[in-house]
Design a protein around this ligand. Structure first.
Ligand SMILES: [Zn+2]
Length: 225
């Protein structure tokens, strides 16, 4: 098991002359918090060579196994096989047999966090970290939306492709009318330039409303002939 996280003994205070004194414990706490804020579990395991499956599991490096049973959550992990678990710092300290603080140093270096370990981050550094975190979160949300949108567009295009022309339903009529833009949007979202993807994102409400109209259960025709 890991050693308990505890602050190292306070160093002789060399900062007294500047009037800036921080306890070693406060600094270590700030480092732990900053590392956890900036390193998502999934990014960390990928960095160290693991490939999560679709359900967010990897094969546990802490006990021999063939079927992945270590589940990744946003900011922690748990192995249903051996019962190990914790946050990213625990994972890295476990994986490389490092103390938690050295695990933070390693993450700091590998993820270019720019943390200094002998003082807490300045407000400017904290702002920078926060902006980086927000940008990453926005990117994640956008990717999630795009995957969802692609599924809906595919569904709407399928309704058009399978339309029964002898008795067109409202949904089929709408799907046929919009098939071309749907195909174009799906194309852009799959491999178009980001600027064009953002263009679709900006009018997402309209696109989603159209797809929802076509795909809503009440508008699909019963398949019974
Ligand atoms: Zn395990």
């Amino acid at each position: 098991m890991n050693e308990k996280r505890s602050a190292p003994p306070a160093k002789p205070n060399s900062r007294r002359s500047t009037g800036q004194t921080y306890s070693a414990e406060a600094i270590v706490a700030a480092v732990f918090a900053a590392v956890k804020e900036n390193c998502l579990t999934e990014d960390v395991v990928r960095e160290y060579g693991f490939e999560p499956n679709r359900a967010g599991f990897i094969r546990c490096p802490f006990h021999g196994e063939r079927t992945p049973s270590l589940k990744l959550y946003r900011d922690r992990w748990h192995c249903f096989g051996c019962g190990e678990g914790g946050d990213v710092i625990d994972f890295v300290s476990h994986l490389f047999s490092l103390s938690p603080l050295d695990a933070c140093r390693r993450l700091n270096a590998d993820f270019h966090l720019g943390l200094e370990f002998d003082r807490p981050p300045t407000p400017a550094e904290r702002d920078k970290e926060q902006r980086r975190r927000r940008a990453r979160e926005a990117e994640r949300l956008f990717t999630e939306w795009r995957d969802q949108m692609l599924l809906q567009l595919d569904g709407a295009i399928r309704v058009a492709n399978l339309a029964d022309f002898t008795r067109l339903s409202d949904a089929e009529t709408l799907a046929l009318r919009w098939r071309e833009p749907f195909e174009e949007w799906a194309d852009v979202l799959s491999h178009g330039p980001l600027s064009e993807q953002m263009g679709i994102f900006r009018k997402r409400e309209e696109v989603q409303r159209l797809c929802a109209k076509i795909l809503s259960p009440s508008s699909t025709r019963s398949s019974a002939a």
